[in-house]
Design a protein. Structure first.
Length: 158
């Protein structure tokens, strides 16, 4: 049986996974981009989130927050996420962007109960964060549009 080897760039650890383990799982890569230019960042989280990927996301999000027009909102699409670290302190250390002064609302789409829990707890570690969790992306977009009408046209056109 063939195996897939995954190497962590940060730790150098090699994980061996049999293809039968990966069969049926949709592997999605991290995607960070503007949803509404200079106003809303879209982050699509992969099905397997590691601390290395969290650090990569942070490195991609911080320049967007620096360049955006405050308040910059974030959409976290965690609808395919199935595996993730559960150590809240390590995740908080990886997600430095949660305390960025330009960050507005940070809104997550997921139906996974543990991701809902983590998405609710992480911002509480950083007082003053505006955070909300919904099950679908349309609910997220509706919420952002209601909270910040200035981004409405950009959301409608996407």
């Amino acid at each position: 049986m063939a195996a897939t080897i995954i190497r962590s760039e940060k730790t150098g650890v090699h994980l061996h996974k049999h293809r039968s383990y990966l069969r049926g799982i949709r592997v999605v890569s991290l995607n960070v981009d503007w949803h509404v230019q200079d106003r809303v960042i879209y982050v699509r989280w992969p099905d397997v989130l590691t601390l290395d990927i969290a650090a990569e996301a942070n490195a991609k999000v911080m320049p967007l927050l620096d360049a955006g027009v405050p308040l910059v909102h974030m959409i976290h699409d965690a609808t395919v996420m199935k595996k993730y670290p559960v150590n809240v302190l390590k995740l908080k250390q990886a997600f430095v962007f949660l305390s960025h002064p330009s960050l507005g609302w940070s809104v997550t789409a997921t139906s996974d109960p543990m991701v809902v829990f983590l998405a609710t707890v992480l911002p509480q570690v950083d007082r003053g964060s505006r955070y909300k969790v919904f099950k679908t992306i349309p609910e997220v977009l509706k919420f952002l549009e209601e909270r910040d009408p200035s981004i409405r046209q950009g959301i409608i056109n996407t």
